[in-house]
Design a protein around this ligand. Structure first.
Ligand code: ADP
Length: 255
């Protein structure tokens, strides 16, 4: 059996008194594409942020590539795995956010080159070659010296993708990457994600409100509702035959 690249075991997360995730069990296989759908506030972003180690679980275990993100202390408290180890795990994960998060004072080429040079300690020439290659892949090979402010929202989001891809992650996380875009710019961004997905090698977790896109791209769709995975399966089952009433009601909003 193939070892999962991501494994959540009975993961709970509370903010103050509010339990946002109520026992998540989830295995993601290498190269698997998982779309996460569900109502606002159901905990989708929290799952992604936990994978990126931006949030710690209240209890439970999260493994990435077989490595524990958090260790249990004797008193039952969770502490981060040591910093070097965390950096290594984070290096396997690329993330694209809703609000691009580009460095405004750097050209788009420099935006892509920064992490390979400073985090991966690549030499400048290699970092530049790889950055140019990835910017060409997302269709921005003619804009290398432009600054983020000179680009459309869709173009900025494509830079954010190139910047994540340059790190050669094993897993890519996409958190509602089209929801801050004008409608006419959505398709160009989805098209780039489709291209990356079709290359096949990376696992992907996509939180999205684009149901057609999720149906197209995902091997598996998770419906998150009130902090639990209420339904999951291949797209044709989740979008077609589920008897889950909450899911049916959620999906009707997109018709
Ligand atoms: P979704 O992505 O499905 O909309 P989120 O994971 O963003 O849901 O949030 C789930 C719930 O957790 C929401 O009620 C949100 O207000 C709450 N929440 C998320 N992050 C924090 C935080 N840092 N502090 C307090 N509450 C939070």
């Amino acid at each position: 059996m193939v070892e999962p690249i991501v494994k959540f075991q009975n993961v709970h997360k509370s903010f103050g008194d509010v339990e946002v995730l109520k026992g998540i069990d989830l295995d993601i296989k290498p190269a698997e594409k998982v779309a996460v759908i569900g109502p606002s506030g159901s905990g989708k972003t929290t799952i992604i942020r936990m994978l990126m180690t931006l949030e710690e679980p209240t209890s439970g275990t999260i493994l990435v590539d077989g490595e524990n993100l958090w260790n249990m202390e004797k008193n039952g408290k969770l502490i981060p795995a040591n910093e070097k180890h965390l950096q290594q795990i984070r290096g396997n994960i690329g993330m694209v956010f809703q609000h691009f998060n580009l460095f405004p004072h750097m050209s788009i080429l420099e935006n892509c080159m920064t992490a390979p040079i400073h985090v991966q300690k690549e030499d400048k020439k290699t970092a530049k070659e790889r950055s140019v290659e990835m910017l060409e892949k997302v269709g921005l090979g003619d804009k290398l010296d432009n600054y983020p402010s000179q680009l459309s929202g869709g173009q900025k989001q494509r830079v954010a993708m190139a910047r994540a891809l340059v790190m050669r992650p094993k897993i890519m996380l996409f958190d509602e990457v089209t929801s801050a875009l004008d409608p006419e710019l959505v398709e160009e961004v989805l098209e780039v994600i489709r291209g990356i997905a079709n290359e096949g090698s990376m696992s992907m977790v996509l939180v999205t409100h684009e149901m057609e896109f999720a149906r197209d791209i995902a091997d598996r769709v998770l419906f998150l509702d009130a902090g639990v995975i209420a339904e999951q399966g291949p797209p044709h089952e989740v979008f077609g035959q589920s008897e889950n009433v909450r899911l049916q009601s959620f999906l009707r909003r997109f018709k």
